[in-house]
Design a protein around this ligand. Structure first.
Ligand SMILES: Cc1cc2nc3c(=O)[nH]c(=O)nc-3n(C[C@H](O)[C@H](O)[C@H](O)COP(=O)(O)O)c2cc1C
Ligand SMILES: Nc1ncnc2c1ncn2[C@@H]1O[C@H](COP(=O)(O)OP(=O)(O)O)[C@@H](O)[C@H]1O
Length: 307
């Protein structure tokens, strides 16, 4: 997949394109991308997408927080068959364009767009036009226009806001994934922690999480973890570990039946079920007892002796 960082490079490709912030790359987003890829196949066009770059301090929406880290978002676009991904800052010049100018000057003249696929709530241009007006503009410039209607599951509209609310409530695993249409994963490099885990008999791989990344609510979860392509049953804790010195935010993973040095490795964690809130223990022995009990719960959930 090509990652293109501005709209100025012209070529002679014909493109079917979709556009949006795609914060969660949830089920409705996936339908937009699937439709773009399908149209591209039929029309022999290049399947393309436009999405926003992150500028955490400038992007006020959702306090500058996002669900998908940039790297993960790129991976998902590629996996879904997008060939050209425009990862572009919406700078002053683009912001000041009307929808008509954007379609004509950027989409048609620069990018060679023949087909535009948008969600039913899409709006763009300094005039913030919605899909009815955008359809007319596309017609005028000979761009075929397709709107993907609302996606509802269990009577809820699938949206990035819904996904954010679910993560805030600690909803992960199958329940969350039906709205995402894909596994929910957290991928990061294993870094050094306080070196305390081994001392208390519970080595925990520490994953550093950017403060801009929206995470499931703090607490202990049953999870799986993928290391070098192998899957392991895992107990994770997300939060500030209030019982120990140097409390700081992160994700800690105790991998069951595992004993290897994995510092520096990129590992993937798949949270499956929220178990409990973080507790501030006064005595480390109590923390260890609780962690033992968590591991037993996780083991039972993984072998089906507990639901
Ligand atoms: C399953 C599990 C449950 C945990 N529960 C708590 C908790 O309730 N309270 C807490 O302060 N820390 C909790 N932790 C975090 C531990 O305090 C932390 O893993 C330990 O201090 C080792 O940290 P280190 O890897 O930085 O050395 C938990 C960790 C795991 C893996
Ligand atoms: N079962 C296991 N689960 C997690 N990490 C393990 C396990 N066995 C060995 N390790 C290794 O031990 C490290 C964690 O040990 P720990 O004492 O908690 O140190 P730190 O505070 O640096 O995370 C992991 O980063 C990993 O390299």
């Amino acid at each position: 997949m090509n990652i293109i960082e501005d709209f100025n490079k012209k070529d002679d490709k014909k493109r079917a394109i979709t556009m949006g912030s795609f914060d969660a790359l949830h089920k409705a987003h996936r339908l937009l991308i699937e439709s773009t890829v399908e149209i591209s196949k039929q029309k022999n066009a290049t399947p393309s997408a436009i999405t926003f770059c992150y500028k955490p301090n400038l992007k006020k929406k959702n306090n500058g927080k996002y669900i998908l880290p940039k790297e993960e978002k790129i991976r998902l676009f590629e996996q879904m068959g997008i060939a050209d991904l425009y990862l572009v800052f919406f700078d002053k010049k683009i912001k000041s364009m009307s929808a008509d100018q954007f379609v004509k000057d950027i989409l048609v003249d620069n990018l060679g767009v023949t087909d535009l696929v948008l969600g039913d709530d899409a709006r763009f241009g300094n005039d913030m036009l919605g899909v009815d007006e955008l359809e007319k503009i596309c017609k005028k410039h000979n761009v075929r226009f397709k709107v993907i209607g609302e996606v509802r599951i269990n009577d809820k509209r699938v949206s990035s806001t819904l996904i954010r609310e679910m993560l805030d409530k600690g909803i992960v695993g199958a329940e969350l994934e039906q709205y995402l249409g894909r596994p929910y994963i957290i991928s990061s490099e294993v870094v050094h922690g306080n070196n305390y885990g081994n001392k208390i008999g519970f080595p925990t791989a520490n994953l550093e999480i950017g403060l801009e990344q929206i995470m499931p609510k703090n607490g202990v979860y049953y999870a799986e973890c993928i290391i070098d392509g192998e899957k392991y049953v895992t107990a994770i804790s997300i939060g500030n570990k209030p019982s120990v010195k140097n409390p700081h935010y992160g994700l800690e993973a105790h991998i069951l039946d595992f004993d290897k040095n994995i510092y520096g490795k990129k590992i993937t964690v798949i949270p499956k079920k929220y178990l409990r809130a973080e507790i501030k223990f006064d005595k480390i022995e109590d923390l260890v007892l609780q962690m033992n009990s968590d591991v037993e719960t996780v083991r039972k959930l993984s072998n089906g002796t507990l639901n």
